[in-house]
Design a binder for this molecule. Sequence first.
Ligand code: SF4
Length: 430
Amino acid sequence: MPFLLYSDGEGNIFEDDTLYAVGRAGWDAFPIPQNQWIELPDGGNLYELPGRRGIGVDVHTGEMRLCEKGWAVAAFIPPAHTGLFLAAYETMLDAPTLPLFCYTAVGWMNNKNYVPAVRIEKDIRQEAAGYNDKKIESGTQYLLNNYPNNRLVKHLMEKCCMTYHCPAARNFSLGRWECPIPTSPACNANCIGCISFQPEEETIVSTQDRLTFKPSAEEIVEFTVPHLLNAPFPIVSFGQGCEGEPLLMWETIQASIIEIRKHTHKGSININTNGSKPAAVDALCRAGLNSIRVSTNSAQKHIYEAYYRPNNYQFEDIVESLKVMRKHGGWSSINYFVFPGITDSEAEYEALRKLIRETALNMIQWRNFNIDPDWYMGKIGINETGEILGVQQLMDLIQEEFPDLKFGYFNPPMERIKGDYNFQFAGAAQ
Ligand code: SF4
């Protein structure tokens, strides 16, 4: 079993060979099944967690105890992989709230870092090895030169690509795969862990700034049509991390889709959304929207609304949006924020089965939840978590009951939606 890792608080990380690493789900620590450990994939990072002491199993006594040698350590696992357990630690009273990243358990074995995780997605679009900085810089310059008056291309290249290093914007600069289209400066939800806006009173900051202007349909169509025509496995996606809710801009999106489809029927037009406005989704489907991804932290109304804190919509509306997309024959996914201890609870399992059945869902994107676990559960009022299935077992049970339901991490291109869903992706293309 991997040994626990700890940090000296100055960025140096060591293994404690008196303790085996364990995992966390909800408020409890658990031994991790041996077959759930994988090497930390390329693109992963290690974090030291100030004000927190790691929990491990004593290699001699088998008892769980704290590591007093330093701060706890967690892993940020790269996209396409889903974490099965959180890092296990005890939090000191004056510990700072952790920033908006995922904190997966990690251990040290055979001179390598190991994490309890599973590769859930074959698609290589965000593989760390697939990004060549030189080509990204020249691609950025090419787009800025080609669209000198386009505010959205300027935002995507200068901010998203070159500042935030957003994988989707970097792929756009390389002329491939999924191209992001942020459109909305405003949102009708108030997510606790919003990555584009955090209230003044919170000690943590949003990981990127929210868009400050409303792009026009002309600006959107200008760069998306060439992308759909020329990119391999092309997708253009409304709804990005650097904006509010795209459905608040549905009229502009509707006009864009109609204009895009006058020029080409290639590729998939997708929207990543909180799903709050099913009537707007219906209008966009009639205009030619091909797929929808609705984000949610839970299939249970009370847990969803405690986190999203919606303005003038409710959980039932997001369910309706998924149904509307299926009614029009489009592709529907949920962007499912996986939180061990809540996602794999009995109640969540039953609610998820009901949601899949009711909406004829096509896909679950099993995403790592980028949030401080204590802060999250404290904010949504979950003081204790009961029996858990284990995230891997939850996945197995759902797949067994719904064999046609796809598991992944990214919005699929039309070639997978309409063609052979499991076709092999070539090695990380440049
Ligand atoms: S729906 Fe998105 S933009 Fe709106 S508050 Fe939630 S995370 Fe932020």
